[in-house]
Design a binder for this molecule. Structure first.
Ligand code: NAD
Length: 488
């Protein structure tokens, strides 16, 4: 990839706010800089919205709501389908843009384009499958009609780690359901959402149905939207800490919320596991997105009888991983999102080592430009180490051991999070017991990646509320209405 090609792509990305079908600057004239985490260099300057801009964006969504809800589901579906085709045509642009602003290796960015785009296709199909019920009441005195209506104008807040997929996973079901939206991407990686907005416009999304605001002051700019009684829904993906604060804010307006929050996924390897598959699964579950995924395996809980062999095999593979800018051939580990993320990961490693873990490989930041951390393996992680209770969000694979199935399940569930769990075993009966007993919204049984647009994605406990994708995803944007029609 040449620097000139990168420049051409960057110059094609809109830099304004997208409100009521128009690209505009911030009302204050302020801009914010987007940088490449692999070099620290500026990529673009984009509009930095004010609270007034946020109000304007909500005004536009409110104005467009009635007509969009009245638009035939087939028409809504076909616009989403057209958007799917356009993203597929521009797949390379989206992939490169994500690599530039977020840092993930290009091959992974291509994977995210395919995954993220599936939400546009899936919900283009779901738009026409919104159904209800009709029946006689138990007394026989009337008919009961149950129908689904769009919940109304929705505010969608997305994180930086999956810039395309987190946007499409919210925008597509909202539009399919007949809701208009204001989208606020993370300030660290807003360019992908801006490019997506231009594609949605080209696909025929009417003015005001999708509005995008970018800002360096998320709290101050979100407040007027969340406190506005015309808003009907808040959907957030991000950290549990911010999610908790937003739930409190949403309580004032008794706003419907969907929360996709943090994780602390256990990855269990039993003594009867196929170790080859467990190692492959572990590398996917840990190092995809440079460890910066809510679904990233955080704690490897391995039976003591296979722990040394498992550690030896993963260490061999991890040592061979190539670290570098995501655009370079063969790179599988890009930079972390910023230097703060580097410090957090390394502090967790240091704490684990101080408490008795052994550093099998890695454990340092790379010298020079960019926020790089060596891919790291820790073995013999001891109870009480912070790495077992904190979301790592970096390329650090931490191994602890267990002796019995009971102990493994107790360790896996000993967290306030409950997003996803992974378990490797060839014992079918044990697999069924684990499905019943692991307290997570999702599970990979002999699988290191579970995400699929056709599956309900979401967590239990403090990992969130609601589901995105699958048959469930559209219901986050629908409300149920019951009507009684007396028989006479
Ligand atoms: P974050 O919570 O810092 O930010 C998420 C988004 O919220 C960003 O757009 C940010 O600008 C915005 N935000 C921050 N403070 C806000 C406020 N006071 N009011 C309104 N908006 C505010 O999270 P992050 O660092 O961007 O993302 C990483 C986190 O996201 C991790 O915890 C990860 O597990 C989680 N995540 C969860 C899922 C999931 O589906 N469960 C998916 C991806 C990421």
């Amino acid at each position: 990839m040449t620097a000139a090609a990168e420049r051409v792509l960057l110059d094609s990305v809109p830099t304004g706010l997208y409100i009521a079908g128009e690209w505009t600057g911030s009302s204050s004239g302020a801009t914010l800089e987007v940088t490449d985490p692999s070099t620290g260099e500026a990529l673009a300057r984009i509009a930095d919205a004010t609270p007034d801009d946020a109000r304007r964006a909500l005004d536009a969504a409110v104005d467009a709501q009635e007509a969009w809800a009245a638009t035939a589901p087939r028409v809504r579906g076909e616009i989403l389908r057209k958007a799917f085709e356009l993203v597929r045509e521009r797949a390379e642009d989206f992939a490169l843009l994500m690599t530039l602003e977020m840092g993930k290796p290009l091959a992974e960015a291509r994977g995210e384009v395919a995954y993220g785009n599936e939400f546009l296709r899936w919900f283009s199909e779901e738009a026409v499958r919104i159904t209800g019920r009709y029946g006689t009441n138990p007394e026989g005195t009337g008919r009961m009609v149950v129908s689904q209506r769009p919940v109304g104008p929705s505010y969608l807040i997305t994180p930086w780690n999956f810039p395309l997929a987190m946007a499409t996973r919210k925008i597509a079901p909202a539009l399919a359901a007949g809701c208009t939206v204001v989208v606020k991407p993370a300030a660290l990686t807003p360019l992908t959402t801006l490019l997506l907005a231009s594609v949605l416009e080209e696909a025929g999304v009417p003015a005001g149905v999708v509005n995008v605001i970018t800002t360096s002051r998320s709290g101050a700019v979100s407040e007027p939207i969340i406190s506005d009684p015309r808003l009907r829904k808040l959907s957030f993906t991000g950290s549990t800490e911010v999610g908790r604060a937003l739930i409190k804010q949403a309580a004032d307006g008794v706003l419907r919320v969907s929360m996709e929050l943090g994780g602390n996924a256990p990855f269990l390897v039993f003594e009867d596991a196929d170790l080859d598959k467990a190692v492959e699964g572990a590398l996917m579950a840990k190092f995809r997105n440079i460890g910066q995924a809510c679904t990233a395996a955080n704690r490897f809980i391995v039976h003591a009888s296979v722990a040394d062999e498992f550690a030896r095999r993963v260490t061999e593979r991890v040592t061979a991983m190539r670290v570098g800018r995501g655009t370079e051939d063969g790179v599988t580990i890009g930079p972390l999102i910023d230097d703060r993320a580097v410090a957090t990961s390394l502090a967790l490693v240091d704490d684990a080592v101080a408490k008795g873990a052994t550093l099998a490989t890695g454990g340092k930041a790379l010298e020079g430009a960019g926020s790089f951390v060596e891919p790291t393996v820790l073995t013999g992680v001891q109870p009480g180490s912070e790495i077992l209770t904190t979301e790592i969000f970096g390329p650090v694979l931490a191994i602890a051991t267990f002796e019995t199935e009971e102990e493994a399940i107790a360790l896996a569930n000993a967290t306030e999070y409950g997003l996803v769990s992974y378990a490797f075993t060839q014992d079918l009966a044990r697999g069924h017991r684990l499905i019943d007993r692991l307290d997570t919204g999702m599970m990979g049984l002999n699988a290191g990646v579970v995400s699929n647009a056709a599956a309900p994605f979401g967590g239990v406990k403090q990992s969130g509320i609601g589901r995105e994708g699958g048959l469930e995803g559209i219901h986050e944007y629908l409300s149920t209405k019951y009507t009684l029609i007396p028989a006479d």
